[in-house]
Design a protein around this ligand. Structure first.
Ligand code: CA
Ligand code: ZN
Length: 300
């Protein structure tokens, strides 16, 4: 039986204080219905950005309590399917995005979407339905869903799509998984501050790895393992991703620092997730020809 979590169960902070709205055991299938990142407040291009209630943005659906999940474990979230609405929107917000220093106005653009294609005016762009926000509750803080960190959050990773597995370090009992902020398509960087923002449904399978965890969220797909690192600046994020990648190569291939550092130049691809959220996100991708997920466990 597949359990379904309604999009009426919205959280705005990842927090141990949130009451679970559903429970699951390892192996269970769950559908999360999600609202868009602005909570359905944008319906057409004449809506006003200045009328948006910013206390109702970046909501995530959940949280889901995972039976048996304890601090020190890793939650594995297998993304089996993502379906998106038939429309999406983009916004510009003055003072936001990579070009926040330039003068420009607020604008809303509506897009027609499907699983296959997103139409930007007359341009047809290949869709890549993906999850913008997904995370577990942090042990001590309450972290707004618009922020990101070791718990996951608003990571905006374009390759967090169907067929991938996301590994999140558990720090509270039950893990308290929540997700939302679907994008029909987004490029690395999310440069204008929004992507093809939409609502939809995500089908996941939940699993648990006991008593071991990675230092950062890790994404696995059929080709690569990616470290999802973050920092207050892009430089900080790049350094964090690189250090973890090199340390992992030292351990998995029994190399000195210098050898692992050199190997990294050949096989570690540093890519940008997003540059527009409170913290910047970088991923270090390594081919599964050279590493496996287990290599990333147990380095603190
Ligand atoms: Ca986002
Ligand atoms: Zn978004």
């Amino acid at each position: 039986m597949v359990k379904r979590i309604s999009k009426t169960n919205v959280i705005y902070k990842f927090s141990a204080k949130n009451k679970p709205v559903e429970t699951a055991s390892p192996g269970d299938l769950i559908i999360f219905e999600t609202i868009d990142c602005l909570g359905g407040q944008i319906r057409n291009e004449n809506d006003s950005i200045s009328a948006i209630d910013w206390s109702r943005v970046n909501g995530a659906t959940g949280p889901l309590y995972v039976k048996g999940a304890e601090p020190g474990d890793t939650l594995a979230v297998e993304i089996l399917d993502i379906s998106v609405d038939d429309k999406a929107f983009l916004v510009t917000v003055p003072g936001n995005g990579v070009l926040s220093n330039l003068k420009f106005s607020s604008k809303i653009k509506m897009l027609k979407t499907s699983k296959y294609t997103t139409n930007f005016s007359s341009l047809r762009i290949k869709s890549n339905p993906m999850i913008g926000t997904i995370g577990v509750a942090p042990a001590y803080d309450e972290i707004p869903c618009g922020d990101l960190g070791r718990h996951g959050g608003n990571m905006d990773v374009p390759i967090l799509n169907a067929g991938s597995i996301l590994y999140l370090p558990v720090t509270v009992e039950g893990a308290l998984l929540a997700l939302g902020d679907l994008h029909a398509v987004q490029a690395d960087g999310e440069l204008c501050v929004s992507a093809a923002e939409t609502s939809g449904e995500v089908l996941v399978r939940i699993n648990l790895i006991k008593k071991r965890q990675p230092r950062f969220p890790i994404l696995e797909n059929k080709d690569i393992i990616a470290i999802l690192a973050f920092g207050n600046t892009i430089d900080e994020a790049i350094r964090a991703a690189t250090e973890y990648a090199v340390e992992t190569l030292m351990i998995s291939h029994k190399l000195s620092f210098e050898e692992a550092y050199m190997l990294g130049s050949l096989i570690v691809n540093l890519r940008i997730n997003q540059l527009v959220d409170p913290k910047k996100g970088v991923r270090a991708e390594i081919s599964k020809d050279f590493v496996k997920f287990e290599d990333f466990l147990g380095i603190k």
